[in-house]
Every structure is written in structure tokens, then in C-alpha cells.
Design a protein around this ligand. Structure first.
Ligand code: G3H
Ligand code: 13P
Ligand code: ZN
Length: 326
């Protein structure tokens, strides 16, 4: 059993309160390996942004939960080391899409400062019960909890959801009250992966549903999953260098910026980072076929990821410069 406070991590409570008040969103970036972790920390330290480091169930299986925990601890020390004045930006270690109580408990016990319990595909009452059980356990250790209402289209939790089931605004008050969650992920037309909209359709998210939800739970922290924008310049580099990404479409940055100004205080981004790294790796392989030192292609991939996330913090989420807000 290890408590996140001993690892230099923080939970999401103060972060979210400041983000809601300040009209910006905290970046929630997924990581699975050292280069991603380095790029994320560097980007957030350089832009002075608070940070939620996310680990999915798949990441725990890929990288090993013990290694990931020590990497997160190392991340707080690394962040201090590269910060000019040695001041530590707030860093939260969050379980992304926790599938059940056992996984959430294991993360709480392993030093996570925040967990998501994703009961979004369960009937409402079962979602409430499962979420409340996780909250009861997590809060004993001051670990914050994210719940979800509504289902995102695309791949969620290893299950293909055929279409969006938007969050029903009339359910949110009861869910928040019955579960005691600290934040709520909602489904308003975002989805996971790089194919969020069919070509020829209007790539819009339902900001009207977001505003209706905000009216019912004023100031309550809202989370958006599936918020990659699928930058077309990256898709082009990938396709010009041997890739095959056809009709990849994401969420417009203008819509995310608008959402970030509201009670949306956590925006999840993973696919854009994957695209940035893949574009950089493909380019090295194409331009320098003689290269076989992993540092020579993972290094450029890490730099591309850092540049992308610095721009997101500054221009999309608005979190840059808010690390040390009081
Ligand atoms: O929600 C999905 C995240 O992008 C994590 O994806 O389950 O492939 O690690 P993953
Ligand atoms: P993207 O696939 O749009 O990056 O979403 C990531 C996410 O929601 C992680 O939980
Ligand atoms: Zn997600």
C-alpha cells in the first residue's frame, strides 16, 4: 500500500476548483512508455500547466503496474529537476476508464491520486451503485473519483459502441448526489480514436447538451473524453511516409476551446499524441532507412509530442500559466 502524497502527487480537487473558476481545462494525457512521459512532463513544465497523467487498463498491462507507479514517482522528481526554480507543477496520476471496483482499488492501493470508474454502459442504478462503492473506498485515502454517464461512440473499454448515447441532462443531478463523485464524464458527441466523424457529416459536438448539464449542476467539474483533434498535417505526414489513415477526422479545436471555458475542466487527449509520434517515426524511417538506433526515431517522436502538447496547453485548453494559481 502506497499513498500518492508520498510520491509527490496531488488529487484533482483543487485543480478542478481553480480550472472551473479560471475558465480553462486541465490536460489529461495518456502515457505508456518513458518517451511519452518525458514529453508530457517537459511540455507541462515549460508551459507551467497543471497536469493529469493518465494510465489506462491497457497501459497497465503493456508497461506493468509497478513500473508505471515508479515512473509516476520519478515524474514528480523529474518535473522538479527541470523546473527553473525547483517548484513542482501539480501532477495527478489518474486511472483512465477503470472497468471495475477491483481495478480502482488496486490503483488507489498503488499510489494513484485519482481513478475513473466507467460504469457508463451499465443501467443507471447499477452505474450509481458501482460508482458509489468506488467513491466510498477512494475517499478514505483522499483519492478523487471520476464517473461517467452516457456512452461515447467508437471504442470504449474494449467494447465497440455503435453510436453515441448522449448523456441525459435530467439524470446528472441524481447521479452526482447518489454517488458522491468528484467529477463527471459526459457524452456529447466526442469519441475515442482517430475516426470521430464520417466524411461529409457535420463534425460538431453537442455544446447545447453541455450547457443544459451545467445549468443542472452549476460549477460541478465536467470531463470530456475522446477530445483529440486529429491534426490533418500529421495525418498527411503519416500517409506520405507509408501510412494508411483514410478519412481520419477529429474534434475542431475551436469547439474544445469553447468547452474549456465552461465547467469542462478535464480534457482527455491520447490519439493526437499517437499521431504525432507515428508521423515523426515514419518520417525518420522514410528519410533515413539506414537508421536503427531507437533513440534516433524515438527522440524525434518525443520532441514532436512535446511541441504538440505545449501548443494544446497554450492554445486549446488554456491551462498554460496556471500551475501555480492560488
Ligand atoms: O480511452 C482510451 C485511451 O486512448 C486509452 O487507450 O486503452 O488503448 O490504452 P488504450
Ligand atoms: P482520444 O482518442 O480522442 O485522444 O481520447 C482519449 C481519451 O478519451 C482517453 O480516455
Ligand atoms: Zn476516454
Amino acid at each position: 500500500m502506497v499513498n500518492y502524497k508520498d510520491l509527490g502527487l496531488v488529487n484533482t480537487r483543487a485543480m478542478f476548483a481553480k480550472a472551473v473558476k479560471g475558465g480553462y481545462a486541465i490536460p489529461a494525457y495518456n502515457f505508456n512508455n518513458m518517451e511519452q512521459l518525458q514529453a508530457i512532463i517537459q511540455a507541462c513544465v515549460e508551459t507551467e500547466s497543471p497536469l493529469i497523467l493518465q494510465v489506462s487498463k491497457g497501459a497497465r498491462e503493456y508497461a506493468n503496474q509497478t513500473l508505471l507507479r515508479y515512473m509516476a514517482q520519478g515524474a514528480t522528481e523529474y518535473a522538479k529537476e527541470i523546473q527553473k526554480d525547483g517548484k513542482l507543477i501539480p501532477i495527478c496520476l489518474h486511472l483512465d476508464h477503470g472497468p471495475d471496483f477491483a481495478t480502482c482499488k488496486s490503483c488507489v492501493d498503488y499510489g494513484f491520486s485519482s481513478v475513473m470508474i466507467d460504469g457508463s454502459k451499465l443501467p443507471f442504478d447499477e452505474n450509481c451503485e458501482q460508482t458509489a462503492k468506488v467513491v466510498e473506498y477512494a475517499h478514505k485515502f483522499d483519492v478523487t473519483v471520476e464517473g461517467e454517464l452516457g456512452v461515447l461512440a467508437g471504442k470504449e473499454d474494449d467494447v465497440e459502441a455503435a453510436k453515441h448515447i448522449y448523456t441525459q441532462p435530467e439524470e446528472v443531478e441524481e447521479f452526482v448526489k447518489r454517488t458522491g463523485v468528484d467529477s463527471l464524464a459526459i457524452a456529447i458527441g466526442t469519441s475515442h480514436g482517430a475516426y470521430k466523424f464520417k466524411p461529409g457529416t457535420d463534425p460538431k459536438i453537442r455544446l447545447d447538451i453541455l450547457h443544459e448539464i451545467e445549468k443542472r449542476i452549476p460549477g460541478f467539474p465536467i470531463v470530456l473524453h475522446g477530445s483529440s483533434s486529429v491534426p490533418q498535417d500529421l495525418v498527411k505526414i503519416i500517409n506520405e511516409n507509408g501510412g494508411k489513415l483514410k478519412d481520419a477526422i477529429g474534434i475542431g479545436e475551436d469547439q474544445l476551446r469553447e468547452a474549456a471555458k465552461s465547467a469542462v475542466c478535464k480534457i482527455n487527449i491520447d490519439s493526437d499524441g499517437r499521431l504525432a509520434m507515428t508521423a515523426a517515426v515514419r518520417k525518420v524511417f522514410h528519410d533515413k532507412p539506414e537508421e536503427f538506433d531507437p533513440r534516433k526515431y524515438l527522440g524525434p517522436a518525443r520532441e514532436a509530442l512535446k511541441q504538440l502538447y505545449m501548443r494544446k496547453n497554450r492554445e486549446v485548453l488554456g491551462s498554460a500559466g496556471h500551475a501555480f494559481d492560488c
